[in-house]
Design a protein around this ligand. Structure first.
Ligand SMILES: [Zn+2]
Length: 98
């Protein structure tokens, strides 16, 4: 498991997103960016890929890795997201920009 995948799992657990750990490829999940969806995201609009550590939403701007997820949900900067996730020092910001 790479750091990217581990960070994504941490973020998903933190935001209480239901996902299927054994599912390869893309799977539908409820978008955790609640402020971007009226009455929350009742029908799963987000697509999660645990092989790549990526998530994107068809209904809002969410698109990227664990940092993008934290930035979107909590409306914070990259550095703040990095702090929240307890980012390993080995990972540079450029690795996460998409
Ligand atoms: Zn969304």
């Amino acid at each position: 498991m790479t750091d990217k995948i581990g960070l994504m799992l941490d973020a998903l657990i933190h935001y209480d997103v239901d996902y299927n750990l054994g599912r390869a490829g893309w799977q539908g999940v409820r978008c955790p960016v609640e402020w971007a969806h009226v009455n929350a995201d009742q029908n799963p609009s987000a697509r999660l890929n645990l092989t790549l550590g990526l998530i994107k939403c068809l209904g809002c701007e969410l698109n990227g890795d664990a940092y993008s997820l934290v930035m979107a949900v909590d409306n914070v900067t990259f550095l703040e997201a990095k702090e929240k996730l307890g980012n390993p020092e080995s990972i540079q910001e450029s690795d996460w920009l998409i």
